[in-house]
Design a protein around this ligand. Structure first.
Ligand SMILES: Nc1nc2c(ncn2[C@@H]2O[C@H](COP(=O)(O)OP(=O)(O)OP(=O)(O)O)[C@@H](O)[C@H]2O)c(=O)[nH]1
Ligand SMILES: C[S@@+](CC[C@H](N)C(=O)[O-])C[C@H]1O[C@@H](n2cnc3c(N)ncnc32)[C@H](O)[C@@H]1O
Ligand code: SF4
Ligand code: SF4
Length: 308
């Protein structure tokens, strides 16, 4: 298992297959990617994943923009499935999920995360810009029916907007057999005004959850995130902001839609462009660039941020 200079093993690849999206969430970090017209082909994604497997990277997450906007998304999942990853997952806004759930499962997708910040139509619309709440709910039901497991519901907490909906969303997840994932708003250059206005620390929410929990677990190789077990259901908490423990346990390498390795969500000064190497027949250069990108990783929050 390959490790970076800070002893962090590289266990998963997080691939943004597009930057395009059918929603317009006000807070969106677009996985930290920069605007581009280039979108990797299915073949390029496959080749990058094949090289990742050679480094013992056994988990892959497909994200966006919105991954279900790509016409060839089912073929992409099939191609990855042929590489025998232990875990293929996707994060989606769920708008197109109803039609895709069975096809994705059949192609080899193991599990799915669906973003849903509110169960109220007007709030959902004010966050995403679109009136698609019912479509997302239908998508979630189909994903569960199709056997994608687990289905996680991503709820990003915004002050004075949806902070009082945690327990409604928890009940919704319980009814559907899904896991609730509560997410802290992350600041990026593009959302700093929004951040000042709507950032909410998760301290009080986590404390409330902790008091109700029968059991707590830590995902050691996933940022040390905490999972709380309540009434036969689960809540996972994602708290990246100023969190050196989160970064110290970061085991992901990211791929941008324009075929660059992105060592950290919050940086764009250390990208490694794979496009020239993708033009070569052999994978030799690709492998060298993977090693270079792993070498460029450093925990963003904590004392090592500026180590080069
Ligand atoms: N700062 C930071 N945030 C991350 C990182 N990975 C995921 N996140 C955030 O975590 C939230 C949930 O991401 P998802 O795409 O649902 O996936 P995940 O929960 O990270 O991964 P799985 O548990 O494997 O499904 C999103 O807000 C992501 O931006 C990371 O490496 N750094
Ligand atoms: C960037 S989206 C891409 C996948 C898909 N379009 C979706 O919305 O699920 C992936 C996840 O990042 C989360 N996210 C977006 N902007 C964020 C921010 N500023 N802070 C924390 N999480 C964010 C979203 O809520 C979503 O769950
Ligand atoms: S659906 Fe996902 S990618 Fe699209 S704007 Fe919302 S968070 Fe961003
Ligand atoms: S180092 Fe920290 S901020 Fe950067 S990707 Fe990893 S967990 Fe996220």
């Amino acid at each position: 298992m390959i490790k970076d200079r800070f002893g962090r093993p590289i266990k998963s690849l997080r691939i943004s297959v597009t930057r395009r999206c059918n929603l317009n969430c006000i807070y969106c970090h677009k996985e930290g990617t920069l605007p581009t017209n280039y979108e990797m082909s299915k073949e390029e994604i496959y080749r990058i994943c094949k090289v990742a497997k050679e480094f013992d990277i056994n988990k892959v997450k497909i994200t966006g923009g919105e991954p279900l906007i790509r016409k060839d998304i089912v073929e992409i999942i099939s191609a990855l499935n042929s590489l025998n990853f232990k875990d293929i997952s996707m994060t989606t806004n769920g708008v197109y999920l109803k039609n895709y759930a069975y096809k994705l499962k059949k192609a080899g997708l193991d599990r799915i995360n669906v973003s849903l910040d509110s169960l109220k139509n007007h709030i959902y619309k004010s966050i995403t810009g679109k009136d698609f709440l019912d479509k997302v709910k239908e998508g979630i039901s189909k994903a569960i029916e199709a056997g994608l497991h687990p289905v996680k519901i991503n709820m990003l907490i915004l002050k004075d907007i949806n902070e009082n909906e945690v327990w409604d969303l928890f009940e919704f997840c319980k009814e559907h057999g899904a896991i609730l994932q509560i997410i802290e708003l992350v600041k990026i250059d593009d959302n700093s005004d929004y951040f000042e206005k709507y950032y909410k620390s998760l301290d009080s929410i986590e404390e409330e959850i902790r008091k109700k929990a029968e059991k707590v677990m830590e995902r050691k190789f996933m940022h040390g995130r905490k999972k709380y077990f309540i009434d036969g259901s689960e809540i996972e908490i994602v708290r990246p902001m100023d969190n050196s423990v989160f970064c110290a346990n970061c085991t992901r390498l990211r791929i941008t839609p324009d075929a660059k390795i992105k060592p950290c969500l919050l940086r764009n000064d250390n990208l490694v462009d794979l496009k020239p190497a993708l033009k070569c027949k052999s994978n030799y250069m690709l492998k060298k660039l993977f090693i270079e990108a792993i070498h460029r990783r450093s925990p963003y929050f904590g004392k090592y941020k500026y180590v080069v």
